[in-house]
Design a binder for this molecule. Structure first.
Ligand SMILES: N[C@@H](CCC(=O)N[C@@H](CS)C(=O)NCC(=O)O)C(=O)O
Length: 178
């Protein structure tokens, strides 16, 4: 089996999804640290590897794929053992929905602004945290988003009775959120 190369940084919620999927599937991978927000960090061929400039990117031999969702679906199809997507078609749709909700709503509207304000701005951009933005996210944005999630979980897992991409994507966000 070709050794997978995952470009990214474990702190990134989207990179973490791919790492967890690889671990669940017992796939061997090598990690290459790319931190897009740090000027000069990405390798010279980064634009070729990542059309958006974002992490993660997977290299599987001569095959390159960007986007955590595309990568997880690719790995699940290529290595069907220990699936991260359910077989049942309705559960499958729901798992994809929570993955989209994790990236498009939780990350974009809660985790990213908080992380940007409290970690990237003071440490990398050397700009003070805008407390009004942080307060606005916590007070006005987060309650509806977390409230929806709370209404959706009935047991141990978000979809069906096994760990899926839905849980992986949501928890990956909560680790950074915490
Ligand atoms: N839809 C993409 C989103 C990836 C994404 O937002 N990555 C962030 C880190 S978690 C990133 O690269 N940010 C740096 C930038 O925007 O330049 C995916 O699922 O892989």
């Amino acid at each position: 089996m070709t050794m997978l190369i995952i470009h990214g940084v474990p702190l990134s919620v989207h990179t973490r999804k791919v790492i967890i999927a690889a671990i669940i599937k017992k796939l061997e991978y090598q990690f290459k640290v790319v931190i897009p927000v740090v000027p000069g960090n990405p390798p010279d061929n980064w634009n070729t590897l990542s059309p958006t400039g974002m992490i993660p990117v997977l290299q599987d031999g001569d095959y390159t794929l960007a986007d955590s969702n595309a990568i997880c679906l690719y790995l699940d199809k290529k290595h069907p053992a220990s699936p991260v997507l359910p077989a049942d078609v309705r559960d499958y749709g729901r798992a994809l929905w929570f993955d989209a909700y994790a990236g498009g709503t939780i990350f974009r509207h809660v985790v990213h602004p908080l992380f940007y304000q409290t970690v990237v701005n003071p440490n990398i951009n050397k700009v003070a945290t805008d407390e009004a933005v942080v307060y606005g996210v916590l007070k006005n944005v987060q309650p509806k988003i977390l409230g929806y999630l709370e209404s959706q979980i009935a047991g141990k897992f978000l979809v069906g009775n096994a760990l899926t991409l839905a849980d992986i994507a949501i928890v990956s966000n909560f680790i950074v959120y915490q």
